[in-house]
Every structure is written in C-alpha cells, then in structure tokens.
Design a protein around this ligand. Sequence first.
Ligand SMILES: *[C@@H]1O[C@H](CO)[C@@H](O)[C@H](O)[C@H]1NC(C)=O
Ligand SMILES: *[C@@H]1O[C@H](CO)[C@@H](O)[C@H](O)[C@H]1NC(C)=O
Ligand SMILES: *[C@@H]1O[C@H](CO)[C@@H](O)[C@H](O)[C@H]1NC(C)=O
Ligand SMILES: *[C@@H]1O[C@H](CO)[C@@H](O)[C@H](O)[C@H]1NC(C)=O
Ligand SMILES: *[C@@H]1O[C@H](CO)[C@@H](O)[C@H](O)[C@H]1NC(C)=O
Ligand SMILES: *[C@@H]1O[C@H](CO)[C@@H](O)[C@H](O)[C@H]1NC(C)=O
Length: 387
Amino acid sequence: MVKTDWLLVILLGLVFLSLEGAEGRKERILGGSPYELAYSAINCRKHSASIKDFGGIGDGKTLNTKAFQKAVNQLSKYASDGGAQLVIPAGHWLTGSFNLTSHFTLFLHKDAVLLASQEINQWPVIDPLPSYGHGRDAPGGRYISLIFGTNLTDVIITGENGTIDGQGALWWQQFHMNKLKYTRPYLIELMHSNKIQISNLTLLNSPSWNIHPVYSSDIIIQGITILAPVTSPNTDGINPDSCTNIKLEDNYIVSGDDCVAVKSGWDEYGIKYGKPTSHLIIKRLTCISPYSAAIALGSEMSGGIQDVRIQDITAHPDRIRNKDQNCLTRDKGINYRDVVAENVSMAGQLDGISGDPFTGICMSNVTIGLAKKSKQNPWACTNIEGN
Ligand SMILES: *[C@@H]1O[C@H](CO)[C@@H](O)[C@H](O)[C@H]1NC(C)=O
Ligand SMILES: *[C@@H]1O[C@H](CO)[C@@H](O)[C@H](O)[C@H]1NC(C)=O
Ligand SMILES: *[C@@H]1O[C@H](CO)[C@@H](O)[C@H](O)[C@H]1NC(C)=O
Ligand SMILES: *[C@@H]1O[C@H](CO)[C@@H](O)[C@H](O)[C@H]1NC(C)=O
Ligand SMILES: *[C@@H]1O[C@H](CO)[C@@H](O)[C@H](O)[C@H]1NC(C)=O
Ligand SMILES: *[C@@H]1O[C@H](CO)[C@@H](O)[C@H](O)[C@H]1NC(C)=O
C-alpha cells in the first residue's frame, strides 16, 4: 500500500519493461543459497479422504463450510499416525473460512475451484496481530482468512493448479465505500507454524492480501499464479511477515498492490514484538502490478528485515522498493549485482534518513538503459554515505 509516511524509497529500475511475460526472463545465478529447503517426506500421507466423504457438494451453490471443518477435524486425528490428505475433486466448492491442522495436505484437483463465500457471517472475527496492534482497514479485529492455521507443523496446500477464488469484488467495494467494520480477510494465512508448502495453485481475486505467513518458519511457496485486477485495493501477492527461512520460487503475480511485500509488524507493536523477517530467497518471480512494487521491503517492517536474496525477476513496471515508517530500522549492506534494466524512466532513488544516512550500499555490474522519455536526473540520492 502506498503510504505517505515513508522515510525512504529505493526505486531501482529492474529488468524488462513491457508485458514480456515469462519468456522475457533471463537466468542469472547470484551464488548458492546458505540453506536448502526441501521436504520430500511430507508429500506422502498415510490417510486420504475426499471432501465428498464429509458431505461436500461441488455445485457452486451449496455452502460447504461445515464439510470442510468436519473433514479437517476428523483428519486431524491422524496427525500422529502418518498424517492425512484432503482431496478436493473437480467442481465448484463454495465455502466460508476453515482451519487447517498439522501433518496435513489440502490437495486441489486441476478443475477444483474453492469459492469463498460472500456472506459476512461465514467470516468470524479474530484479534489483530500482536505485532500490528490494530487492523489495517479498521481499528478493531479482522475477519479470519479463508484458509487459516495457527500453531501447526507440516502443512501443505497444493494441487494440479486448482483454483482458490476469493470473489473479492464485494470486499473491494466495501473498502472503497468505507463500510468495513473490520479488516478484510486474506485468502491464506498461517501463524506460528513451521514446515509450510504452498504450491501449484491459482489464486483469484482475494479480498485483500493473498498469502500471509506470519511468525512462521521453513516455508516454500512455489508455482503459484495469483491474479487480481491491477486496480483492486491491497491485493498483495505474498507477504512474509516476521518469518524466517522462506523460499519463493516460480511465482506469477498480477495484482493491484505489491507482488511480494516483506513485513515485520507495525510501529511500536512491531518493535515490541521484535521478530524480523530473515533468510528470504525470491527466485523467478514474474510480476505485473503497474501501480506498486514487484518486491517491497515494508511498509510495516518495524521488527526488521535481514538477509533477503532476489534473483531472476521479471517485472512491469520495474520497482524494488524499500519503505519504512520508523527510524529504528535502517538500511545497511545492500548489494545490487548483475542487474539489467531496460526502458527505465528513473534509474534509482535512494533516500536515507537525515542524521542517519544509509551506508554500505554496493552496486556492481548494473546496466540501466534509459527510456527516451526518462527523467532529467535518472539518479536521486539523499543521505547516502560511502559506497
Ligand atoms: C479457527 O481458528 C481460530 C483461531 O484460533 C478460532 O478463533 C476459530 O474458532 C477456529 N475456527 C474453527 C471453525 O474451529
Ligand atoms: C501459539 O504459539 C504462540 C507462540 O509460540 C503462543 O504464544 C500461543 O499461545 C500458541 N497458541 C495456541 C493456541 O497454542
Ligand atoms: C495455472 O492456471 C492459470 C490460470 O488459468 C494459468 O494462467 C497458468 O498458466 C497455469 N499454470 C500452469 C503451470 O499450468
Ligand atoms: C508442481 O507441478 C510441477 C509440474 O506439474 C511438478 O513438477 C512439481 O513437482 C509440483 N510441485 C510441487 C511442490 O508439488
Ligand atoms: C554481469 O551481468 C550480466 C547480466 O546479468 C551477466 O551476463 C554477466 O555475466 C555479469 N558479469 C559478471 C562479470 O559477473
Ligand atoms: C518503453 O516504455 C514505454 C512506456 O511504458 C512504452 O510505451 C514503450 O513501448 C517501451 N519501449 C520498449 C522498447 O519496450
């Protein structure tokens, strides 16, 4: 979300303007990662059941909230006995929010569509996040996400590119008309959890953010297509928030806000909670979000951000942004290497904090081709010291 209270903005022209899509990507390897995340073992579960076994009806009209809740509840009994998989067959499965359990796989057939209910009573209200203190859309609580989990381990949400459709238009309208009583729901949120894999799915029209792992670790998000109108409010793609060890790979995002926004809480609440996002790798991301950033560090990064590696990004337009609204966090040691940018109107804008300049910013092997109609001064730097 574009906020007026940024203290710093880094805009760096990055890679290929225009709607080049995946073909425009170029492989560039920036060195190996310090850790490898892979959980092959969690891909097989001893027990499997279909949502139909719990009375689910995939006709696009019948509300299946109870079937989903019953299914997860029953299958949670297998957590200590090899785990369980819930299969969603082809069909349109209308549902309100439901929670996940540990040692569990939610598997969507390629023609399965989870349709989020538009009835407000299908969305219980939960407390604000402790690191935010209050909601983003309204001061109080927040509507629980469509797919929610807390205090879990070993959770997979995957499919053969099956679809989760948030049917967000109604929520966007409420947001624009200032009618929201609570903060809008997300599509997927996992809190206080570890060993998470979200892969091979298409997410459509989320009411707000799409995927929000928070206070969690060991997370892979791979092969996800996220689609929302580029004018839809706050439909961020993937927002790792106070999380550690995260790998985002091969994701394709068209959205109305930042494709990836790295977060760690809000102002005094975020500082007090004190949990940074760290060890994040973003590889092979294609982002189309004309009014926002491909990758934003912040806003809401009061708990800090450490060790973010980004490679092979195709973006339209061309922004990696660092936004911050609190002086207690600052930028040190940012490396930009092997960057090729074409048709760029503004090469870079690096604004430090007056009296607390940024240091240790290094750019090497950066080639920036300016657009015919570029700004007169393609670089704008304030409060930057050293190199
Ligand atoms: C899902 O989890 C939330 C948070 O723990 C809880 O408030 C809610 O009642 C749970 N929903 C169901 C259906 O169990
Ligand atoms: C979930 O984990 C958090 C952090 O460890 C803890 O504070 C909270 O009490 C746990 N909640 C439940 C329902 O176990
Ligand atoms: C998944 O489905 C989306 C939406 O139909 C499509 O754009 C995307 O190319 C598909 N991805 C794969 C890997 O087939
Ligand atoms: C996602 O789908 C691709 C192509 O079908 C497959 O190779 C890959 O193993 C899948 N990934 C996961 C994590 O399921
Ligand atoms: C500089 O970057 C380009 C484009 O990413 C790459 O092809 C080239 O190998 C890099 N050069 C060096 C010396 O790393
Ligand atoms: C450069 O960007 C401008 C404005 O977005 C666009 O009209 C033009 O076609 C682009 N040129 C190339 C060579 O991509």
